[in-house]
Design a protein around this ligand. Structure first.
Ligand SMILES: NC(=O)C1=CN([C@@H]2O[C@H](COP(=O)(O)OP(=O)(O)OC[C@H]3O[C@@H](n4cnc5c(N)ncnc54)[C@H](OP(=O)(O)O)[C@@H]3O)[C@@H](O)[C@H]2O)[C@H](O)CC1
Ligand code: K
Length: 499
């Protein structure tokens, strides 16, 4: 990957990868003090944007500093803000004489007030800047650190976190215990997964309040780090998004087969079928169980409907090699019958999007998926389905690791749906979505997502990018639809958000 010249701002680095990037910068001539100087100046600049022009009636800016370099950044920010005319005080969790290295050097350059930890001061502050702990957090906050953070959270001050809110795990987005609740966060070079994975995103102040300051880390640091986590944004996948050329034929744009559901979920497979068409598939066929055929054929105009009686009838449709991509799940019924259909599809080397009932049918049968798969599988579980399928994986502690491990174990692409949907590839790559509004979680939206994924796969888009693009488009369509949206609204809006 030519990371030195490509766009990189969707790349996410874990705290340990960020430490490697710092070390690389220092080896390549950007000194540690210089990195810290730029980091602190970046924090001060963003703080001043939120504060507005300095004036005599501004309440104090209190900068909390801890034992490490996060505190060092706080001293630099204090120096800039004071120079620009803001009323600034440092409140240090530790004895300043215990600071080491760059942080000690920056503390020596600060000649303003340094207060010991005093909770009363916090309640009178206009802004509290959190430089207690950042990427070096190694355990939950307790004692005085926990008390300060809790007092800060209760104050009316604007809360700005340096790098990460203290107490937040930058790798997972999970608070480790008491955690600073930031209104905004300033991080450096690139974001971390914990900035985007909920609840981390909200503890950082929400996507639009997470700022990245350039501190001079060379992009070439990424060549050695080989990042594998990405914010799910168009920069990740737009280069591989399928666009119909002037001479393209409907068969060039892929043919999706959707397994039709049964009562009471007949509409689910219709939603998937129409979403596949809306995302650009050339043709979509809905395979309807015989007793549903008349209803489905009447309800659908743009989608072809074919009747089948038994499993072999459905699998027999795959003798047409153009049916490259199959959606299994919505309303299919849970049990061995559906598991056999999944197995049949993947043994024929098709691309399969496996959702809902089809996923639940694979509980305790995942071994069969691994052994029969000759094609490509995208599984789209929500938390309940994920827990049933992968009971041993650490979903609550680390969603990113859980999704990656599930993908590695099964060889499937995982779309772990939620507030920050994660797409994980068997090779370790993962994307984290951050654009879905709260109102997207309503019945039928998962069926639309499965259809978009299938539509993009059928057009030949590689699976990691196809699943990531589908998740982003789905979120973006919901943003455009607004509150009160229902799943079928997404179908009409989808064309307006396609790249
Ligand atoms: N490119 C960049 O991102 C840059 C980041 N910078 C800033 O540096 C910090 C990371 O600095 P670091 O010194 O590694 O770590 P911290 O400041 O977060 O804190 C480490 C110290 O805190 C102790 N610690 C950790 N957890 C706790 C806790 N729960 N309670 C008490 N003490 C804790 C830790 O002790 P150990 O026992 O674990 O060793 C350390 O003493 C990064 O976030 C940025 O803000 C640079 O300024 C420039 C480049
Ligand atoms: K912090």
């Amino acid at each position: 990957m030519a990371v030195a010249t490509a766009r990189i701002d969707h790349i996410l680095l874990s705290p340990s990868e960020m430490a490697a990037a710092d070390a690389y910068a220092i080896e390549h001539g950007v000194g540690g003090l210089e990195l810290m100087e730029r980091a602190g100046r970046g924090v001060a600049r963003i703080a001043s944007d939120y504060l507005g022009d300095p004036s005599s009636d501004l309440d104090d800016v209190v900068i909390l500093t801890g034992p490490g370099n996060n505190g060092g950044d706080g001293y630099v920010a204090a120096r800039y803000l004071a120079t620009w005319g803001y009323p600034v005080r440092i409140m240090s969790l530790v004895d300043v004489s215990s600071l080491q290295g760059d942080a000690a050097a920056m503390a020596r350059q600060w000649d303003g007030p340094v207060l010991p930890a005093d909770l009363a001061v916090l309640s009178a502050a206009g802004m509290i800047i959190d430089g207690l702990f950042g990427a070096g957090l190694s355990r939950p906050l307790e004692g005085q650190a926990a008390d300060i953070v809790q007092a800060a959270n209760q104050s009316d001050a604007f809360r700005l976190a340096i790098d990460l809110p203290s107490g937040l795990d930058g790798a997972t987005g999970q608070p480790t215990g008491p955690c600073f609740h930031a209104d905004a966060t300033v991080t450096f070079f690139l974001k971390k997964p914990g900035h985007l994975i909920a609840p981390g995103r909200f503890l950082c102040g929400g996507t639009s309040n997470i700022h990245v300051a350039d501190i001079g880390t060379p992009a070439s640091a990424l060549e050695a780090i080989k990042p594998v986590a990405f914010a799910n944004e168009p920069a990740l996948w737009s280069g591989l998004f399928p666009h119909a050329g002037p001479f393209s034929h409907k068969y060039d744009r892929g043919h999706v087969l959707v397994l039709g559901g049964r009562e009471p979920a007949l509409g689910a497979s219709r939603l998937s079928s129409l979403a596949a068409l809306r995302s650009g598939a050339g043709l979509v066929t809905l395979a309807a169980p015989a007793e549903t055929y008349a209803v489905q054929a009447t309800a659908l105009i743009d989608v072809m409907v074919r009747k089948f009686e038994a499993a072999f009838g459905f699998l027999g449709m795959l003798s047409d090699p153009r049916l490259s991509t199959v959606v299994l799940g919505p309303g299919a019924g849970v049990g061995e019958r559906t598991a056999k259909l999944v197995e049949g599809v993947i043994s024929k080397g098709r691309k399969a999007v496996v959702d809902a009932d089809a996923l639940t049918s694979l509980v305790d049968r995942l071994d069969r998926v691994r052994t029969t798969n000759k094609g490509l599988i995208v599984m789209t579980p929500h938390d309940g389905e994920f827990r049933r399928l992968f009971p041993g994986l650490p979903l609550d502690r680390d969603r990113l690791a859980a999704a990656r491990e599930a993908a590695a174990q099964t060889g499937a692409y995982l779309v772990l749906k939620g507030v920050s949907t994660i797409v994980a590839a068997p090779d370790g790559r993962a994307s984290v979505a951050h654009n879905a509004p709260a109102w997207l979680s309503v019945g039928g939206t998962g069926d639309v997502l499965s259809g978009i994924i299938a539509g993009l796969l059928a057009q030949g888009m590689p699976a990691f990018e196809a699943a990531s693009a589908a998740v982003w488009l789905h979120g973006q369509a919901a943003v455009k639809a607004g509150r009160g949206m229902i799943a079928s609204d997404l179908l009409d809006i989808l064309p307006k958000v396609l790249p």
